[in-house]
Design a protein around this ligand. Structure first.
Ligand SMILES: Nc1ncnc2c1ncn2[C@@H]1O[C@H](COP(=O)(O)OP(=O)(O)OP(=O)(O)O)[C@@H](O)[C@H]1O
Ligand SMILES: [Mg+2]
Length: 227
């Protein structure tokens, strides 16, 4: 299991490094304005912080010290942080990413692995949104029902290719990407399973694709406040 986690999260580090590389190139461009340089540097700082946390997680996992890592976390903060981490990635260039108004929800979950699932769903959505003739749009929102906390990621891209819909939770299933490895959905699926939830495509057709990541409330020790 440690090997699986390590290989899945190495995949995320690779994507964070793509964002760092992209920003480094802009920072090196003499035409980049000082104010933009500052923003680019801040994004690099955030990406390196995420990479460090991911590496710490892999090390702790190898030492089986994970329970100490599970603390009360806010899903809203996680969404904001993940959107900020996605913005500098080349697959997000030109895409408008918005966080829909959502209820405030905190629970006991591991930010590194849940963040990884959300990161990968957002990255796929951005890549798809770049491929529309209109302007690319991605929305992320948070919901809850009696049994689950649900994060939905919606894009206005061309839709999931029919050839991969059934098999995309398997490792190394990829389609239409020059640099695709085929692990993003595998990670999101793994995280859903860890929290007794699911990863579902709620709809997919040209102009609208929605992925829903559900985590079971008992598995994150979240119970709605009694009124
Ligand atoms: N929002 C989406 N819209 C359209 N197609 C999608 C979407 N999300 C996933 N896909 C399809 O599912 C495939 C598998 O996704 P997955 O994230 O597992 O791998 P990948 O994105 O190809 O590579 P990586 O390992 O870098 O994530 C993608 O190659 C793409 O064809
Ligand atoms: Mg992907």
């Amino acid at each position: 299991m440690a090997t699986l986690i390590a290989s899945l999260l190495s995949h995320d580090i690779r994507h964070h490094l793509a964002a760092v590389y992209c920003n480094a190139e802009f920072m090196n461009d003499p035409a980049t304005l000082a104010a933009d340089r500052k923003q680019l540097f801040e994004e690099v700082r955030l990406a390196i912080e995420d990479i460090t946390k991911t590496l710490d997680f892999i090390l702790l996992h190898a030492k089986s010290e994970l329970p100490s890592q599970v603390v009360l976390e806010s899903f809203n903060n996680l969404m904001e942080r993940t959107v900020a981490a996605i913005r500098p990635h080349p697959h997000a260039t030109g895409v408008r990413i918005t966080i829909e108004e959502s209820p405030s929800i905190s629970a006991l979950f591991n930010k590194t692995i849940v963040g990884s699932a959300v990161y990968n769903l957002l990255l796929n959505a951005c890549f798809a949104a770049q491929r529309t003739s209109e302007s690319g749009k991605v929305e992320i929102s948070l919901h809850e029902d009696q049994s689950f906390v649900c994060i939905r990621v919606k894009d206005n891209g061309p839709g999931v290719p029919a050839g991969v819909r059934q098999s995309m939770s398997q490792p190394f299933v990829t389609s239409g990407k020059q640099d695709g490895i085929g692990l993003g959905i595998t990670i999101a699926h793994y995280v859903a399973r860890e929290y007794c939830g699911s990863l579902q495509i709620e709809c997919t057709y040209p102009g609208c694709t929605i992925f829903a990541l559900r985590l079971a409330k008992p598995s994150i020790n979240y119970y709605p406040a009694q009124s």
